[in-house]
Design a protein around this ligand. Structure first.
Ligand code: SAM
Ligand code: FES
Length: 346
């Protein structure tokens, strides 16, 4: 079957066999990518019109107990100036964001035990108390089921935890031996069972990734049916073991965004900051390839450069208000508009 027929088959049946996934990923060309992007854009417009949901992300701590080989804030990077925001600082970022029209706040950090269950629940419930029309998304890494339940009961609505790779052997090449692929996968099923709108995802072009790995990622997401998918290109960071590895492919990232949209028409799909970093028009092209979410930064400018997951990360010098206005212009330039709403999964 030709690649174009595989795209049509995916559109009709919402799944492919493993071999078909591999063929799609290995053999697509630029005209197939355009074909998939047009189809994905139509599906996205049927689902969401030309509205783009925005999520204000607060990167509240860059301290992490983990040592993921790709990540700029891994614990063994001694060149990072570490920071923690106080609960009040986090709340202030959300208050400011509310004024700019954000109705979803994403709290993201390294795995930092300083913020214990009680403290995190207090922050979540205070955000919901101050802004009852807002959603809270957490992206705090792997936690116990009890922690996830407590945070959900405190009012958290969504949780982002990229699975990173659905291939256990590949996972072992990206993470130190003490980290467990099985645990990450269990966390994802716990989150879904508890009732979170759950997001998984992976980097495109991470070291040692093959078309077979990506096929497994697609098969996993097809079965798991996440409400959100975070995918962006792998970008090297100068102080990590992967400093000399090539960055992921911009075109393949756009193609897989389209393929995710075709497979899961109602999924909440961001055009990520990494996509905007690899190409100055990456987020616009992401939207034109089927993405419907953007996640501008609400962290205080003083800490932004310290949350450097990869080299040259964009938007680290701008005030939140500037980021918000810049994205409004960028979306308008391609005929889309920012929607002031929680933007829940339907
Ligand atoms: N600690 C939380 C977790 O593990 O989910 C959230 C923070 S973690 C830095 C967020 C995501 O950043 C990871 O899931 C990973 O996919 C992405 N990331 C880390 N390093 C990256 C790199 N060098 N290039 C692209 N994305 C990267
Ligand atoms: Fe923990 Fe990257 S290693 S956030």
């Amino acid at each position: 079957m030709a690649v174009r027929e595989l795209i049509d088959k995916l559109n009709c049946e919402k799944k492919l066999s493993h071999d078909e996934w591999v063929k799609l990923i290995k053999e697509y060309d630029e005209s197939d990518r355009t074909y998939a992007a047009e189809l994905a854009r139509c599906i996205s417009q049927e689902m969401f019109g030309k509205d783009i949901y925005i999520r204000g992300i607060v990167e509240f701590s860059n301290i992490c107990k983990n040592d993921c080989l790709y990540c700029g804030i891994r614990r063994s990077n001694g060149n990072v100036s570490r920071y923690r925001l106080t609960a009040e600082e986090i709340l202030q970022c959300c208050d400011e964001g509310y004024g700019y029209g954000f109705r979803t706040f994403v709290l993201q950090s390294g795995e930092d035990a300083f913020y214990d269950r009680e403290m995190l629940c207090g922050i979540v419930s205070e955000i919901k108390k101050r802004h009852s029309d807002c959603a809270v998304t957490l992206s705090l890494g792997e936690k116990s089921r009890e922690d996830y339940e407590a945070l959900f009961n405190a009012g958290a609505d969504r949780y982002l935890l990229r699975h990173e790779t659905a291939d256990e052997e590949h996972y072992k090449k990206l993470h130190p031996a003490e980290m467990s692929w099985k645990n990450r996968m269990e966390c994802l099923s716990d989150l879904k069972e508890i009732g979170y709108q759950t997001g998984c995802g992976m980097m495109i072009g991470s070291p040692y990734q093959t078309a077979e790995c990506l096929a497994e990622d697609m098969e996993f997401m097809c079965d798991f049916k996440p409400e959100m998918i975070g995918i962006g290109p792998f970008l090297p960071h100068k102080d990590t073991p992967f400093r000399s590895c090539p960055q992921g492919s911009y075109e393949l990232t756009l193609f897989l965004l389209s393929i995710c949209r075709i497979m899961l028409p109602d999924v909440l799909l961001p055009a990520t900051t990494a996509l905007g970093t690899i190409n100055p028009k990456g987020r616009e092209q992401g939207v034109l390839s089927g993405a419907n979410v953007i996640m501008p930064n609400l962290s205080p400018v003083a800490v932004r450069k310290k949350y450097m997951l990869y080299d040259n990360k964009i938007c680290t010098g701008d005030e939140s208000a500037q980021c918000r206005a810049c994205l409004e212009r960028r979306m308008e330039s391609i005929g889309y508009k920012i929607k002031i709403s929680r933007g829940d999964h339907i």
